[in-house]
Write a protein that binds this ligand. Sequence first.
Ligand code: ATP
Ligand code: MG
Ligand code: MG
Length: 549
Amino acid sequence: IKTSSSNFIKSIVADDLKQGKVKEVVTRFPPEPNGYLHIGHAKSICLNFELADEFGGRTNLRFDDTNPLKEDTEYVEAIKHDVEWLGFEWDRLCFASDYFEEMYERALLLVRKGKAYVCDLDAEQIRETRGTLTEPGTNSPYRERSAAENEQLLREMREGRYADGEKVLRAKIDMAAPNINLRDPVLYRIAHTKHHRTGDAWCIYPMYDYAHPLGDAIEGVTHSICTLEFEDHRPLYDWIVRECEMEAEPHQYEFARLNLTNTVMSKRLLRQLVEEGVVDGWDDPRMPTISGFRRKGYTPEAIRSFSREIGVARAYSKVDERMLEHFIREDLKLSAARTMAVVRPLKVVITNYPEGEIEWLEAENNAENEAMGTRRIPFGREIYIERDDFMEDPPNKKYFRLYPGNEVRLKHAYFIVCQEVVKDASGEIVELRCTYDPETKSGSGFTGRKVKGTLHWVEASQALPAQFRLYEPLVNDEALSEDKTYMDCLNPQSLEVLEGFVEANMQGVEGGTKFQLFRHGYFNADPKLTRPEHPVFNRIVSLKSSYDP
Ligand code: ATP
Ligand code: MG
Ligand code: MG
């Protein structure tokens, strides 16, 4: 694993500081509050905050709330929580809507300078006259309105004299520009819609391409980092900063967005999953949202390490989702306590063990981290083992778990031998009858004979019922094709819910506590579903992976 994390944006910042182009680096993370943040956003958050941290600068959290139709305060709060949870502190909490008045003043300035005009074409006509990559666009018939007329019309737009879509304000640049973004882009549109913060104060709203550079300049952002699809917008970004006569001169830099295998990474699609009830909310542990990862049991450290490790590139790529799993395993290896849980229980009666007796055995909490100490676990005549750890007719000699006549070790306890299989009327196995050898007690130094299989178990009379939720990817990438959307490629087996048992000391476990359940993987007590008498565990990740970055 690389620990250094230099990247091309860092080099640019270092140079700009060295050459005195900027005195201090200021970045921002600019989410639109129209959904919950996903792991792609986490990458952008880490990049912006860590960049500023490294050079002693600062980072603003700015809500890009210029599209009132889709935005909501619920999302604002969720986003703030996610950024804090990742471990970052913003310098200023800003909203693009805080700048509506200033943006409007700058629009008046553009109009007076003859750099913008009010256009009566509708959205479709604007699209049709924009031209193509090979053909120039054609000028709007409203392009030559006088500055005075434009100012009058813009004021009337603001006053609410026109209906949605009746007029727009457009930059007056060049309808023949090779870069289509410069062909008189729309700066303002009319929308008689209540805004989550400004209410009914405005009925015209700035477009992203206009609002973003102004927000950056107003806040004194020096390095405005965005994803590659905005590369072609950069000349417009610079045009807006210049023609609006902003004092500060922010610069835009682009990097490739993060994509993960078997993961949907667009708010639009994620919202669809939530709205159609495919998942149980934005924080469903199968969702690639930060809140979903948190509920599943990921730690901020693991997400930050991952985002550092994948680096910052300008080329599109898809990161293997198992790489993220690698980092959570690394993080939990030394910190998560080991415990035993049986997810598909099968009762075992130890016939030569005294009835009604319980003894307490010592078990270490983390063999890799002695500092985590030990706990005491009960052992008695009836226990549960994993149904998958028994076979009546093993297929070959390599089967070392329990089968009739075979001896195995019970972790932290004794050797047992299977003597008898009890079935119900339908032939299903309902119980095993075994004997144990008191000589073989764990920790007693017994060396008389060896066994190859070690099983986990829980003592039946004290075991706590618990639920286990095992997750698989929500979508299957490989099924994607030209005529198939993500919704067609949902994995019907993305969630498996099992009822089993955990050690008695799990009673009252707090939601969010992480464990390594012996042989099953790392699990998180679900913060929403866990009850004192019935914990619910989300599997974060299995113990092993075929992948090693
Ligand atoms: P989506 O299309 O998923 O809704 P978005 O870009 O519209 O994403 P915003 O809320 O506008 O979402 O994004 C806030 C910031 O996060 C932007 O700077 C954006 O570039 C960045 N970002 C969004 N998705 C990714 C991603 N997959 N990888 C890296 N950065 C991302
Ligand atoms: Mg966006
Ligand atoms: Mg979006």
